[in-house]
Design a protein around this ligand. Structure first.
Ligand SMILES: Cc1ncc(COP(=O)(O)O)c(C=O)c1O
Ligand SMILES: *[C@@H]1O[C@H](CO)[C@@H](O)[C@H](O)[C@H]1NC(C)=O
Ligand SMILES: *[C@@H]1O[C@H](CO)[C@@H](O)[C@H](O)[C@H]1NC(C)=O
Ligand SMILES: *[C@@H]1O[C@H](CO)[C@@H](O)[C@H](O)[C@H]1NC(C)=O
Ligand SMILES: CC(=O)N[C@H]1CO[C@H](CO)[C@@H](O)[C@@H]1O
Length: 461
């Protein structure tokens, strides 16, 4: 009896294994001769996506499903200084472009996590303006919001308990929503919007563009304070921490209504010393995962009235942000929180640290150029004392005559963003360190060339 039973189990197990193998083959190969493949409408799109992604562009460019097409084939979009049909030509003498804060350095991470980060969207995915017909606030994904809260508790960079959250088209949209929400209505004089030099230029540009009776841009906090002294005036202050361009951890100068722009408050750019606990904090996907093009940011808000003004702004400006964007962000954040954030933050930190190590080696040989000082702090996320590795180098030209630092660098085939863009002196220039590896390698090469001239014949002339 017992023996027959065991015998039967053995056969059953074999049959079961064989069946599994057959089913798997059917699933993965798609078995055209079999009666039915398990995937139906997504297969063709998946094949197209993989086919286009497989185009190598010599490792110096990329082809996209939505890119230009030539003779029925997707065209390679080459990195700066590369060209030709397959991006294999390098343009010698080409300038290194370190101008924009395009966070493309994350790309290899997402290629390593291709399977987990891919999004499949049907033609009828969430056509409605709203989510969840049975819930009130319906233009934001509740699932996405809960992942963002989880992310902050893992990174340890912001308090979200008991706070409201609003999504925006990038944090760019939330900057102006914040100014609107914090400005006084119907007051005899407009609220004064300020930031501390050097500051991110969009604060001023947007405030000027939206030209309201309720607010006006008043420039630098420090000169404002010394001119207006103890006057208890209506101010809205932008505090960027870590700061763009110089990476400094900033605090409010005026102590009034404050917008904390935490675009760079992530473990790969700065040691996380504790959770930020301010009334109004802004974050962006762009500098967290590198998906600047997805245009997604969020505000964390303590006060209910301010929260409602934010909602009103987003509702009137664009009736809530794209559901397609929210789907993609959800998929990406699920990867980010894997392994308690270690894979993503370690990848990004190692990349930034490597770039800073190589950059400081070059600048240590220079007396003509200097970069900002960095100070070690204890990072709670990595449980270690570390130097910050900011997104940008804030370069100072030290020679008396070099008061236009951008021009000096440009002559050395390096394109930066001039200090006056940040309302500072042109003796400073910002260099972006978060672009592609090709961009960084060329930047480092041009910097090395420029510095090596210092003690040579040209510098002595
Ligand atoms: C300080 C700061 N805030 C906000 C932004 C806007 O980011 P996004 O609109 O991509 O979220 C940037 C982008 O560079 C930034 O540097
Ligand atoms: C501002 O004035 C408008 C029109 O008079 C009024 O409807 C609104 O409630 C006022 N807002 C505040 C905050 O007092
Ligand atoms: C140039 O000379 C200075 C002073 O002697 C030195 O400190 C610096 O390292 C030299 N720079 C290079 C690139 O050789
Ligand atoms: C942090 O590091 C210290 C010293 O290396 C160690 O004693 C401690 O257990 C670590 N804490 C955590 C939470 O890992
Ligand atoms: C009321 C007042 O004195 N406002 C001044 C505050 O300081 C700025 C300069 O930073 C002046 O432009 C304002 O007029």
């Amino acid at each position: 009896m017992g023996k027959t039973k065991t015998y039967c189990y053995g056969i059953c197990l074999l049959i079961s294994i064989a069946l599994n193998i057959l089913l798997s083959i059917n699933l993965y190969v798609g078995g055209e001769n079999n009666q039915r493949s398990l995937l139906t409408w997504s297969e063709k799109a998946a094949a197209e996506a993989e086919e286009v992604a497989a185009i190598s562009c010599s490792g110096h460019g990329r082809a996209y499903v939505d890119g230009l097409v030539s003779e029925g084939q997707p065209v390679c979009e080459c990195n700066d200084c590369y060209g030709g049909n397959d991006c294999s030509e390098f343009f010698h003498g080409c300038s290194a472009d370190a101008d924009s804060g395009d966070p493309v350095f994350f790309e290899p991470f997402w290629m390593q996590h291709a399977t987990d980060s891919v999004v499949v969207t049907s033609g009828w995915h969430r056509m409605s303006y709203k989510y969840y017909k049975y819930v009130d606030s319906t233009t934001m994904s509740i699932e996405l919001e809960s992942y963002i809260r989880k992310l902050h508790s893992i990174a340890g960079n912001a308090i979200t308990e008991g706070r409201y959250m609003v999504f925006g088209v990038g944090s760019t949209q939330l900057l102006s929503a914040a100014v609107y929400a914090l400005s006084s209505e119907n007051s005899s004089s407009p609220s004064n919007v300020l930031a501390s030099i050097p500051f991110y230029p969009i604060y001023k540009d947007q405030t000027v563009l939206f030209n309201s009776e309720n607010f006006q841009f008043e420039g630098d906090t420090n000169s404002w304070q010394s001119n207006n002294g103890t006057n208890n005036m209506d101010v809205v202050e932008f505090v960027t921490s870590p700061n763009n361009p110089d990476g400094e951890l900033k605090k409010s100068v005026l102590g009034g209504k404050t917008i904390y722009d935490h675009a760079y408050l992530w473990p790969h750019f700065t040691p996380i010393t504790g959770p930020s606990d301010h009334d109004l904090m802004l974050f962006t996907l762009s500098k967290l995962t590198g998906h600047g093009g997805t245009r997604f940011g969020w505000a964390i808000i303590k006060d209910k009235d301010i929260y409602e003004k934010f909602l009103n702004y987003i509702e009137l400006a664009d009736m809530g942000i794209s559901k397609d964007t929210q789907l993609r962000v959800l998929k990406l954040l699920k990867v980010v929180v894997e392994g308690d954030g270690k894979p993503l933050f370690e990848f990004a930190y190692n990349k930034m640290r490597d770039r800073w190590d190589r950059l400081t080696t070059v600048f240590s040989k220079s007396t003509r150029f200097s970069i900002q000082q960095r100070h070690p702090l204890h990072c709670n996320f990595f449980n270690e004392t570390r130097l910050p590795s900011p997104a940008y180098a804030w370069v100072k030209c030290e020679r008396e005559d070099d008061d236009d630092c951008s021009a000096v660098l440009e002559a050395g085939k390096i394109i930066g963003r001039r200090g006056s863009r940040f309302s500072d002196k042109d003796r400073y220039t910002r260099l972006s360190l978060i672009k592609s590896q090709d961009d960084f390698e060329l930047l480092l090469q041009r910097l090395t060339e420029l510095v090596s001239l210092e003690n040579g014949s040209i510098a002595k002339m």
